[in-house]
Design a protein around this ligand. Sequence first.
Ligand code: NDP
Ligand code: GDR
Length: 325
Amino acid sequence: MKTALITGISGQDGAYLAQLLLEKGYHVAGMARRCSNPDQARARLRWLGIADEVEILDGDLTDLSSLLRLLTRVRPDEVYNLGAQSFVALSWQQPILTGEVTGMGVFNLLEAVRLSNLPVRFYQASSSEMFGKAQAPLQSETTPFYPRSPYAVAKLAGHWITVNYRESFGLHASSGILFNHESPLRGMEFVTRKITNAVAGIKLGLNQGLELGNLEATRDWGHARDYVKAMWLMMQQDSPGDYVIATGHSVSIRSFCEIAFRHAGLDYRDHVRVNPAFFRPAEVDCLRGDAAKAHQALGWAPQVGLEALAAEMVEADLHRLSRAA
Ligand code: NDP
Ligand code: GDR
């Protein structure tokens, strides 16, 4: 039986990845930060019905000693580094914390892997945000990076130190450059979930409107369940590498609003108001990924399209809010 250690187990991707690995017969250990309500770390795992099947252990990406202790105890075959301060907008409010967790955290974990001397395969959760002010209309592994936020700068450091440990120490370390991926487990502050949660609230008469920032930015959105499969596939390759994971389709926030509101029989124009307070100091205008390398080398392809993704999210929020009402 293989063992996996997942940092960021309490997040969206951590939950779906844990589910996938359990289905594949892994022992799954997850690292979570100490929190005053320990139940919180398992909320998403509970939603998927797997909370009791995952071993949760305390640790923090900013604390090298906790990482070393965890690795020595769990002795994983595969380490998936999903932990991060992942909210781009917050990274301008807390740039130093973002640098320490999202950037230096990767240095800490890689160093812990190296010092542990375990034959570990390592996955780093890199991001399409690294392309930022995109230097090509379709971004692939060879497109130059141009980060536009403290978050993206930190992710870039994490990406390059992953490449560097691979090249310096022969570590089986891969970097998945994942474009936006969403689900009913997406955090409420991210734009798709903010929208689907508002759609459900408006439909049920719980609230009236929705304030958003820039509606014209475009994103290449996929389903988180599809994307965690790509992470696992990277770890099964004989050689490590870097892979863009994306659908190849990009639509605006405005279009996502239109689709999500329409699913509930509503017109977004009656409910959405632009509030400049949600604009970012520097925006990433257009992201669209070219996942040809992943298709060819990993046999990976996304299964869920945007309409189905939005519908699943709206339905899940309707279900949750109608039970709470
Ligand atoms: P989430 O924000 O849902 O989850 C982030 C996880 O990181 C949470 O479990 C969080 O714990 C944990 N974390 C935060 N700070 C620390 C710390 N100091 N030490 C250890 N763990 C910490 O993100 P997603 O699941 O959406 O994303 C997973 C990873 O993939 C992230 O690294 C993200 O940046 C990256 N990514 C995500 C994409 C997406 O579209 N979802 C696209 C590309 C990359 P807690 O619950 O305690 O806050
Ligand atoms: P992103 O996701 O920054 O792409 O990072 P987010 O959903 O936060 O923003 C996407 C786009 O929507 C615009 N936007 C708003 N965003 C939010 N959050 N709230 C609003 O009210 C709003 N109005 C408009 C934003 O300006 C932006 O253009 C996500 C995270 O998961 C990262 O961790 C990950 O690395 C990238 O995706 C790929």
